[in-house]
Every structure is written in C-alpha cells, then in structure tokens.
Design a protein. Sequence first.
Lengths: 114, 113
Amino acid sequence: DQQVKQNSPSLSVQEGRISILNCDYTNSMFDYFLWYKKYPAEGPTFLISISSIKDKNEDGRFTVFLNKSAKHLSLHIVPSQPGDSAVYFCAASINAGNNRKLIWGLGTSLAVNP
Amino acid sequence: DTAVSQTPKYLVTQMGNDKSIKCEQNLGHDTMYWYKQDSKKFLKIMFSYNNKELIINETVPNRFSPKSPDKAHLNLHINSLELGDSAVYFCASSLGHRGYGYTFGSGTRLTVV
C-alpha cells in the first residue's frame, strides 16, 4: 500500500529547460513534504520542503508546489543543469503517536542532457 | 569529517552468517535511524533511536537488532542472514524526531550469497 507515489520512474530533459517531478499521496494526515536528491553510491540529501499549510516554497532554482485538494506535489527545477542528474525522492511526514514518520516514494531518476 | 559515516560500504557474506554494520554521526544530532532500500528501490525505515532510546521499530524480523551505545552511534547487527536481506542499508540522523531534516550516510550494500 504505497501512500506516496512517484509514477514516473525516469525523466529526461535538456539543459536549460524546466524539469518537473511529480508526487501523489493518499493520506490527508501528512502535514509536511520533502524532496531529497540522491546521487549513485551516496545517501539521499535534503533538497527542499513544504508545510501542508502552504502551496509554494521556493529556493533558488528549486520550487515545490503543493495542491492539497488533489493530494499532489511537484518539484520544478529551472533552469535544469547536468549536475541535477540524480534520483529525486518525495517524502511525506506524519505524526505517529509520540513520534513522526517519513513515508517515501520510489524515486524518479532525472537525466539532464547537455 | 564526514557527518554520518557507516562501515563497511560493501559487505558480501554467506547465508546463515551474523554481521554488523556500524554508524556514527558527528553532527550533535540526538536521533538516529536505519533505513533499508530493497531491490525495488523502496526506502523503508527499520528503526529509530532518540537519545539511545528505541522510538520506532517497524515490522522487522528479530534477527535484526540495533544497538545504540551513545547518541552518536547506532549499529545494526543481523543474525542468520538470509538471501532476502540483500539490500542497501542507510543510516541517518536528525535533531529531534521530527520526521524531517535527516542527514544520511552513504549506505552499506549488503549482498547475501
């Protein structure tokens, strides 16, 4: 039962263009969403996040949009650079008793071509 | 001066053996985690420790036993290894168990033959 879904396993874009990575979720109790980036043979690194009370968060070339009614979020990278080529994981945070849990998507592999 | 370091990076072992993976963080974080990424690329939490206390224990076989001697270390011991244990294991840490702001180690690729 995948609560966080990234339906595109891979995406290829041209350098300088926009990359749009999508993520859908099913649990309306998620209250914080994060994007992580992962290079081969390395652990994921935090990229950008958004609280469920917002609909947009921007950090340099990276913008995350949240549509709560559609239970959908997206990560926009503009302009895309070859160094952005990596696997991008969407994750959602939820209260679990006294703790919090992160539920992860399967990732989307982005290739930015020079 | 790696923030979260895990050893070994690669581990190949036979079925039935017992092995340990070590993790150390120098970030001053008080919460540490073990994640498993299986062949289908699912990243799934296994355990979480806050100030040496177990706070999350997902449905993991009891052949897996985490040990946290102090806040900076969380080791994972696996008994009677099985083929299905082959995966990449990631250690992570955070300040507080807020569910975000993790720093991950670079992973340990375990192959059971």
